[in-house]
Write a protein that binds this ligand. Structure first.
Ligand code: AMP
Length: 457
């Protein structure tokens, strides 16, 4: 997963991009980067780590220009190394090109293999670099046509922001897997993965970049082309379940309200007898609220999150059992002691974190622990940009719900039905990709990826 941001026509472009990336930090914590363009040149600053660690006042001030794009990365293809930090930029006879990509191309391996066979030299291991090669190959003298030509060769998921010789462009694949919206700040235009980035800089939400649409932003304003629209949509349902920020609107609709509806539906399908309902913070917070409202069972926050835990910390010198999990979430013994708790989780991936969490609830005195999950069992890997492990590592692909219940150490475990999940969504069910739940992959991966699928299936 990744977060992308772009702005055109603002003298503080780099600073606003920094703030936009800050709001999108949840979409990728591995690396961050900004590329700016002024009339004559482009400048960039990138680094491994969180936005707040990569940038400081000096680096932001050094990025002068009124067009900028930025990226936060959580790698799903290409390893987590510094040469893979985006935005990826090149100097070419066509001008400066910079790109920030969210999604996975399912034919990247084949494209790259073909291009390398014809002499192309790749600088990174990212699928996103193939787009830059395709742009450079286009024979048209027109930048806009170059982009149309490049994207016409792609399959799979891409939401993109690009800088093309000082213009800003945005594009979404015809399925529209990953979100991308357009905003306006005074006379400047903004593109962002989620609306929470617009909110932070006080930009007004205009609309979504539509699936299959390309927007070109210049002094003339927004120019739209829809060379690839009209195909069946495949919005990622997992963005609503887990990935996007609850205060964002994605695909035109709010995430928080959707998560609450998932919780209400879960309570209807699988009522539980408990003294209170509690979430696994923060991902289960809003489904738990919905569950509590629907069931009438009171809500308690019996696990408290330490908000200051970074990705690394100095380990305790002596062995402390389950330290890594407990440093993040601590149970409140006085709330849990002798109580029957209904704990709401947004999803179970490997089941290993849940197992440790349930153990800490029992150690804190909980008498019964019932888990309700606000999506169906995750059984299939994702090839469109969510980091789901191989089928082997997805606990629900190899085991029954009863087995998982025992493994995690629960008194009962129930998952929301697929129908219930789709019913809770704010847009029609036909518009979603649900491949991680049912294995119906809208775009068949080719090349090495299809081998992966065969191995994983
Ligand atoms: P586990 O019990 O180990 O399966 O962990 C479940 C937790 O992982 C849930 O709280 C989810 O919010 C979270 N989660 C969901 N999807 C992902 C993902 N793609 N990568 C990492 N964590 C995830």
């Amino acid at each position: 997963m990744c977060g992308i941001f772009g702005i055109y026509g603002h003298k503080d472009a780099a600073r606003l991009t920094y703030l936009g990336l800050y709001a999108l930090q949840h979409r990728g914590e591995e690396s961050a980067g900004i590329v700016v363009s002024s009339e004559k040149k482009i400048m960039s600053h990138k680094g491994m780590g969180l936005v707040g660690d990569v940038f400081d006042e000096k680096s932001i001030k050094s990025l002068r220009g009124d067009v900028a794009i930025g990226h936060v990365r959580y790698s799903t293809t290409g390893s987590s190394i510094s040469k893979n930090i985006q935005p990826f930029s090149v100097n070419h006879s066509k001008g400066h090109i910079a790109i920030a990509h969210n999604g996975n191309l399912t034919n990247a391996f084949k494209l790259r293999h073909d291009m390398e066979g014809r002499g192309s030299i790749f600088q990174t291991t990212m699928d996103s670099e193939t787009i830059v090669h395709l742009l450079a190959k286009s024979q048209s003298p027109d930048h806009r046509q170059n982009l149309v030509d490049a994207l016409s060769g792609l399959e799979g998921a891409y939401s993109l922001v690009l800088m093309l010789n000082g213009y800003l462009a945005g594009a979404r694949d015809p399925g529209g897997w990953r979100p991308l919206c357009i905003g306006k700040l005074d006379d400047a235009y903004v593109l962002a993965s989620e609306t929470c980035a617009l909110d932070l800089i006080n930009a007004e939400y205009i609309r979504e970049v539509e699936p299959g649409e390309i927007v070109f932003i210049s002094k003339k304003g927004i120019e739209s082309q829809k060379p690839f629209s009209g195909k069946k949509h495949s919005f990622c349902i997992f963005e609503y379940i887990y990935f996007a920020r609850p205060d964002s609107n994605i695909f035109g609709q709010n995430v928080y309200l959707t998560r609450k509806r998932l919780g209400k539906q879960l309570a209807k399908e699988f009522p539980a007898k408990g003294d209170f309902v509690m979430p696994v913070p923060d991902s289960g917070n809003y489904a738990a609220l919905g569950f509590s409202e629907e069931s009438g069972i009171p809500y308690e926050a019996a696990l408290i999150r330490n908000h200051y835990v970074g990705r690394t910390f100095i380990q305790p010198s002596q062995f402390i059992r389950d330290f890594r999990v407990r440093v993040k979430l601590n149970p409140i013994k006085d709330v849990l002691r002798n109580k029957r708790t209904v704990i709401i989780e947004d999803s179970i991936v490997r089941g290993t974190t849940s197992r440790v969490r349930v153990k800490t609830l029992r150690e804190a005195g909980a008498k019964e622990v019932h888990m309700r999950v606000s999506c169906p069992p995750l059984r299939f890997p994702c090839f469109y940009g969510i980091d789901f492990p191989t089928k082997k590592e997805l606990i629900a692909s190899n085991h029954s719900i009863k087995w998982i219940k025992d493994f995690i150490g629960l008194d009962s475990l129930e998952y929301l039905s697929k129908e219930g999940m789709l019913k809770s969504m704010p847009i029609p069910k036909e518009e979603f990709c649900t491949a991680c739940f049912d294995g119906n992959y809208p775009a068949k991966p080719c090349g090495r990826m299809s081998k992966c699928i065969l191995e994983k299936k």
